[in-house]
Design a protein around this ligand. Structure first.
Ligand code: FES
Ligand code: FES
Length: 158
């Protein structure tokens, strides 16, 4: 059965019918065609599907789209700054924190939520914030360095 969903995704209002059992991940990818958010495990283990709901990071594969009713969703497509990649994204590139890139959108969204709440995190706090995001390629240190670097330059972050 379908029900009405009204929400904001990356600043744009959505209003429409959505299946009861559709996950937020599939709503974003299949209905809105926002394919930056990735599906890894589909079971809440890998973090590839991380997006923000009212500023809180969630695994969108475990979150029903209808639970987002009345809420504000932010995906990797929504964090650009003045039409350019965000500081965080640029820092990931600068530090070589991306290899295959499959974990990167989720990793960046977890880091984004961390920096919005804690603009000057310690390495331990960074590692804790990304502990739900699995990366099979980079060994994590470049990712931690990138987030630390973005934090050092975060005066213009949202
Ligand atoms: S796809 Fe959602 S946690 Fe892995
Ligand atoms: S860059 Fe490949 S899984 Fe992280």
């Amino acid at each position: 059965m379908s029900q009405k969903l009204v929400c904001t995704v990356n600043g744009k209002r959505f209003e429409g019918l959505v299946e009861d059992d559709m996950t937020l991940l599939h709503f974003l990818r299949e209905v809105l065609h926002l394919t930056g958010t990735k599906e890894g495990c589909g079971e809440g283990d890998c973090g590839a599907c991380t997006v923000l709901v009212d500023g809180i990071s969630v695994n969108s594969c475990l979150y029903l789209a209808l639970s987002a009713n009345g809420r504000r969703i932010t995906t990797i497509e929504g964090i650009e700054e003045n039409g350019e990649l965000s500081r965080l994204q640029k820092a990931f590139i600068r530090h070589g924190a991306i290899q295959c890139g499959f974990c990167s959108p989720g990793m960046i969204m977890s880091a984004y939520a961390l920096l919005a709440e804690n603009p000057d995190p310690t390495e331990e706090e960074i590692r804790r914030a990304i502990s739900g995001n699995i990366c099979r390629c980079t060994g994590y240190q470049q990712i931690v360095d990138a987030i630390r670097d973005a934090a050092d330059n975060s005066t213009h972050m949202a």
